[in-house]
Design a protein around this ligand. Structure first.
Ligand code: ADP
Length: 268
């Protein structure tokens, strides 16, 4: 039995806890579960997860985001949601953004969103299982999972706790992108998953005065790294102060750019 089958079986068992009682896992119909990972923190993984969700939603899909970046959850803030998820007895209702993206994050459950979360592998695994089994996601075309940063134990624990369909990798020009993508491919292979593609963030910026394209973090290597690792290249995102501002203000859903549209070329 591969990892996906093991996870599906666990979900089915959770759904049958008490045959008389409805269960969240038993009611959820989620077509595709896609994890977003990065080689290290700060490359814009959560921002790309948010932009992917916004773009899918604009295409007419029903979308959820599971914020599995347990120790640095940032999804609620960029969507401007802070309502505590309601407990409806057999599960928790995810928060909903202004355009209807369903969001579950540990930040929404903490008393104070600035509280630090210091958890190790097993606890992270338990929280993620609960985000899967006990959240009333309902019918979703896509559930995007914002993984903890890096390619170590924490993202692997999350990946093994969920029935994933694929992985999207986010990198920046400051990294050895070939190595990051190869590691991601190895992790994906361990779980019989495919890497859907690579997005490079911070690739360039446009001078607001003269319009010149500047590669301030060095030459973009995303396309080259993706080719080397034989994974699709989904595109490059510029450093855009408007994007940073919109994320800070909880208005990511209002951000428009032609570059983000291309990131969904894998959707069929
Ligand atoms: P990660 O999830 O990889 O740790 P985040 O997505 O939280 O990184 O991004 C870190 C910070 O950088 C956030 O404040 C975010 O708004 C900002 N940021 C990310 N991508 C861009 C971009 N392309 N242009 C401008 N700011 C960005």
């Amino acid at each position: 039995m591969n990892q996906k089958e093991v996870n599906k079986k666990n979900t089915e068992q959770a759904a049958k806890k008490d045959p008389q009682e409805p269960s969240a896992a038993g009611l959820n119909r989620i077509k595709k579960v896609i994890a977003v990972m990065s080689g290290k923190g700060g490359v814009g993984k959560s921002t790309v997860t948010g932009l992917l969700a916004v773009s899918l939603k604009r295409q007419g899909y029903s979308v959820g985001i599971m914020d599995a970046d347990i120790t640095g959850p940032s999804i609620p803030r960029m969507f401007g949601v802070n309502k505590r998820p309601e407990n409806i007895g057999f599960g928790l209702m995810p928060a909903e953004s202004s355009t209807g993206i369903r969001i579950m994050s540990l930040n929404l459950l903490l008393e104070n969103e600035d509280d630090p979360v210091i958890w190790r592998g097993p606890l992270i695994g338990n929280a993620i299982q609960q985000f899967w089994n006990d959240v009333v996601w309902g019918d979703l075309d896509y559930l995007l999972v914002d993984l903890p940063p890096g390619t170590s134990d924490a993202p692997l624990t999350v990946m093994q706790s969920l029935p994933l369909d694929g992985i999207i990798v986010v990198s920046s020009p400051q990294e050895l992108v070939g190595m990051v993508v190869k590691k991601a491919v190895k992790m994906a292979n361990m779980m019989n998953l495919s890497v859907i593609g690579l997005v490079e963030n911070y690739s360039y910026t446009i001078c607001p005065k003269c319009g010149e394209k500047m590669e301030i973090f060095g030459k973009s290597r995303g396309e080259e790294g993706a080719k080397e690792a034989k994974v699709p290249y989904l595109g490059s995102l510029p450093i855009d102060h408007k994007l940073a501002k919109f994320c800070d203000e909880g208005r990511i859903e209002e951000y428009e750019s032609s570059e983000t549209k291309g990131m969904n070329s894998w959707v069929n």
